[in-house]
Design a protein around this ligand. Structure first.
Ligand SMILES: NC(=O)C1=CN([C@@H]2O[C@H](COP(=O)(O)OP(=O)(O)OC[C@H]3O[C@@H](n4cnc5c(N)ncnc54)[C@H](OP(=O)(O)O)[C@@H]3O)[C@@H](O)[C@H]2O)C=CC1
Ligand SMILES: CC(=O)[C@H](N)C(=O)O
Length: 262
């Protein structure tokens, strides 16, 4: 695989995805940009070609639409130049489960879970075969916090984190790098799209700062990168507690505390 492989970025028309596109173009990577708004994608592609002399392909796709998703899967399977997947496209919802309609739940899961998983699964065999490649999945700190009251969105992001950690276990021995990035609130259009007034949000991170931090983690080959977390030991402690709990599970018998007194 090339030293500067082509990067396929989903949700690249704005926000975190568009910023990844700029940063990878600055590094000299050719790009494949995916989103629904082809006008915005074409404008970004033209700007990046002119500024950085890289090849940029814009692909219009609604990743919740089965035929569009299949097209992007095919591209990931077949285009051997693509060596990095930034699985970024995602959406949020305002409110908890009592506020959601079946269609909006369906769409959220289709984009945040199904599309992200299928794209990773499409590219993984080729990367594993090549013994190289990187899959970056954008989760959220909301996936760590059921307390935030965004249960469905948070659950999709907890899934992204679990999937990323699992894929790392499966694919790292085959030379494939998998990173989960967990941003906290970041200044992008996601808030407005979810019907949340951005002016009600305090302390949002600038999107450039977020992506630059995520790329520090990428360059270090971190499994999980949490840009707003100062003390890395906090994450390590959480992981150690989880591992400790696993080692205390005994499958053959219910724990004594669940056994009825005879
Ligand atoms: N901003 C934040 O506070 C945080 C964001 N995140 C995560 O980061 C990721 C990016 O978010 P952010 O940049 O903020 O969001 P934005 O809303 O700014 O951008 C979302 C991107 O995804 C694309 N997109 C949305 N729906 C679809 C679809 N059905 N098919 C294809 N592309 C789609 C949009 O393009 P188009 O409309 O052209 O299709 C756009 O390019 C998401 O996964 C989000 O959950 C995580 C934590 C915090
Ligand atoms: C809307 C949100 O909650 C945000 N995208 C996040 O994940 O923090």
């Amino acid at each position: 695989m090339a030293n500067t492989p082509t990067v396929l970025i989903t949700g690249a028309s704005t926000g975190i995805g568009a910023t990844y596109a700029e940063r990878f173009a600055q590094r000299g990577h050719d790009l494949v940009l995916v989103a629904r708004d082809i006008t915005r994608l074409n404008a970004l592609a033209a700007k990046l070609r002119a500024a950085h002399k890289v090849e940029v392909t814009a692909l219009q796709a609604d990743l919740t639409a089965p035929s569009d998703l299949s097209t992007i899967e095919e591209r990931l399977r077949d285009d051997a130049r693509i060596g990095i997947l930034i699985n970024n496209a995602g959406m949020a919802q305002s409110g908890g489960i009592l506020q959601q309609k079946p269609e909006s739940i369906e769409r959220l899961i289709a984009l945040n879970i199904t599309a992200l998983t299928r794209l990773a699964a499409a590219v993984a065999p080729r990367f594993a075969q090549a013994g190289a490649g990187a899959i970056v999945n954008i989760g959220s700190v909301v996936g760590l916090a059921p307390e935030f009251g965004m249960s469905i969105y948070g659950a999709t992001k907890a899934y992204v984190q679990f999937l990323s950690q699992g894929l790392r276990v499966e694919l790292a021995p085959k030379g494939v790098y998998v990173q989960a990035v967990l941003p906290a609130g970041t200044r992008t259009e996601i808030w407005e799209r979810a019907g949340i007034d951005i002016n009600t949000m305090r302390d949002l991170m600038d999107v450039g700062e977020l992506v630059d931090a995520a790329l520090v983690g990428f360059d270090r080959r971190e499994p999980v990168t949490i840009p707003p977390l100062s003390d890395a030991g906090r994450w390590d402690a959480l992981e150690a507690a989880r591992q400790g709990l696993l080692s205390d599970l005994h499958q053959a018998h219910a724990a004594t505390r669940y056994q009825r007194a005879a």
